[in-house]
Design a protein around this ligand. Structure first.
Ligand code: TRP
Length: 376
C-alpha cells in the first residue's frame, strides 16, 4: 500500500520530503517563475546562459527584474548565499555555489557567504557547538575550492563574527512579531528560543554591505527554494529599515541517487560527498536508481526513461556541458541503444575526475582561508 503521508510534499528550511511539485511551490510561496524573457535579459550580461539556467535548474525568483533594472541604471547588487554546516558537503550543495560563482564573475559583484554554525547548533538536537563550528570551517574549504577569490568574497562564520552582525540582527528582530515568525516557520511551544530568534540573523547579510561600505545596494540571493520563508519575513521589514528588499533566484534540489527525494546528507548511501574516494563513488553510482528496465532485452526493446533517472539528472545539472551530447544521450536511452551500465560508468569517471581536482584545491584552501574571513 502506498503511504499517502510519505508522498506528501513538505518543503521547509528544515525538511524537504515527498515528491516536490515546483509549480505548486511557486504558487504557494508566491514567487515568480523565471520566464524566457528574464533569462534572455540575464544573457545580455552573461553571454551564453549558464547550464543551470538553460536546463531550468533555477526556475523561480523574486525581484530579479528589479535587480536588473537597477543594474542598468548603474546600481550594483551584492550576492548573498550560505550554508548550514551540519555535516560534510555533498555535490548537491555545490550546485547553487557554482551558479553563484558564475554570477559573480559575470556581474563583477561581491559575495557574502554565511556559515550558520549557530543555526545548526540550535536546530539540530544531536550537534554540539564545537561540531558545527568545525563543519563550518571544513565546508568553507569546499566553497573556496570552487575558485572564489578573497578580493570579492567574504565568509561570515556566525559564532565568530556575531559582533559584526548583532546590531542589524536586533533591528530586524524588533520588527518581526512572534505571530508572523510562527506562521512562517511553524514554531511550536516546544521550539527552543534560540531557533525563534535565528531568522533575524539569517537576514543580516542582506543588509551588511551598507554597514561595511556605506553603499546601500540590494542583495541577490541564489539558493534552493526551501530558504524562501526567510526572505519573506526579511522582505517585509527591509524598507522600514531603509534597505532594498533582498531579491532571490531559486533552484530546485539536486536529486539523491535513490528513488525520489533530494540529495540529503542523512542518506549517505544516496549522496556523493566531496571527500568520497573513487571506489565509494563507483559503488554509490552503481547502486543508483535509473530509468532502466528490469532486463537487458526489455531495455533494448522498450528503451529507458531519462525523466526519472538519477544518473541522467547528474549529467544534465552538473556533468554534461554540451547540449547536443546531452540530447543524444537522451535519445539513445529512449531508443534502447545504450544501457544503464554505460551511463553509470561514464558518470563515475566524470565525477571522480572532478572530485580528484576538487579535493586537491580543497586542501590548498586551508592555507588561504583566513583571507576570506569577513573584515569589519
Ligand atoms: N539556513 C541555511 C541552511 O540551513 C544556511 C543559509 C544562511 C543560507 N544564509 C543563507 C542559505 C543564504 C542560502 C542563502 O542551509
Amino acid at each position: 500500500m502506498v503511504d499517502e503521508k510519505e508522498n506528501e510534499m513538505v518543503v521547509t528550511p528544515w525538511e524537504v520530503r515527498g515528491r516536490v511539485d515546483y509549480e505548486r511551490l511557486i504558487r504557494e510561496f508566491g514567487t515568480q517563475p523565471l520566464t524566457e524573457e528574464l533569462r534572455q535579459r540575464i544573457a545580455r550580461y552573461t553571454g551564453r546562459l549558464h547550464l543551470q539556467l538553460r536546463r531550468k535548474l533555477f526556475f523561480s525568483h523574486r525581484d530579479l527584474d528589479v535587480i536588473l533594472d537597477l543594474y542598468e541604471k548603474g546600481i550594483k547588487f551584492v550576492l548573498y548565499t550560505g550554508r548550514g554546516p551540519s555535516g560534510t558537503v555533498h555535490i548537491g550543495h555545490l550546485v547553487p555555489w557554482i551558479f553563484t560563482k558564475h554570477l559573480q564573475d559575470k556581474f563583477k559583484t561581491r559575495l557574502y557567504f554565511q556559515m550558520t554554525d549557530d543555526e545548526k547548533f540550535v536546530v539540530e538536537d544531536e550537534l554540539k557547538l564545537e561540531e558545527t563550528k568545525n563543519f563550518a570551517y571544513e565546508n568553507a574549504l569546499d566553497l573556496i575550492a570552487l575558485g572564489f577569490e578573497p578580493e570579492n568574497t567574504s565568509i561570515i562564520f556566525d559564532v565568530k563574527d556575531i559582533a559584526l552582525l548583532y546590531d542589524i540582527a536586533l533591528e530586524v528582530a524588533k520588527r518581526i512579531t512572534y505571530s508572523t515568525a510562527r506562521a512562517t516557520f511553524g514554531f511550536q511551544d516546544s521550539t527552543n528560543i534560540g531557533w525563534i530568534f535565528w531568522p533575524a540573523i539569517q537576514a543580516v547579510p542582506c543588509f551588511l554591505h551598507a554597514k561595511l561600505t556605506g553603499e546601500n545596494v540590494p542583495a541577490l540571493i541564489p539558493a534552493a527554494i526551501d530558504q524562501d520563508p526567510y526572505w519573506r519575513v526579511t522582505r517585509d521589514i527591509a524598507l522600514k529599515l531603509g534597505y532594498y528588499k533582498p531579491a532571490q533566484i531559486h533552484c530546485r534540489f539536486l536529486p539523491g541517487l535513490g528513488k525520489g527525494g533530494k540529495m540529503s546528507a542523512s542518506e549517505p548511501e544516496t549522496s556523493i560527498f566531496t571527500m568520497d574516494p573513487p571506489e565509494v563513488v563507483k559503488q554509490k553510482i552503481w547502486n543508483a536508481f535509473t530509468g532502466g528496465r528490469a532486463t537487458v532485452e526489455e531495455q533494448r526493446k522498450l528503451g529507458g526513461d531519462p525523466n526519472i533517472c538519477t544518473i541522467f539528472q547528474y549529467f544534465a545539472y552538473l556533468f554534461e556541458e554540451d547540449d547536443k551530447k546531452l540530447a543524444e544521450r537522451e535519445r539513445q536511452c529512449r531508443a534502447g541503444e545504450i544501457l544503464c551500465g554505460k551511463c553509470k560508468t561514464e558518470l563515475t569517471e566524470r565525477i571522480n575526475k572532478f572530485l580528484a581536482e576538487h579535493q586537491k584545491k580543497r586542501e590548498k584552501a586551508r592555507n588561504i582561508i583566513e583571507k576570506f574571513y569577513i573584515k569589519r
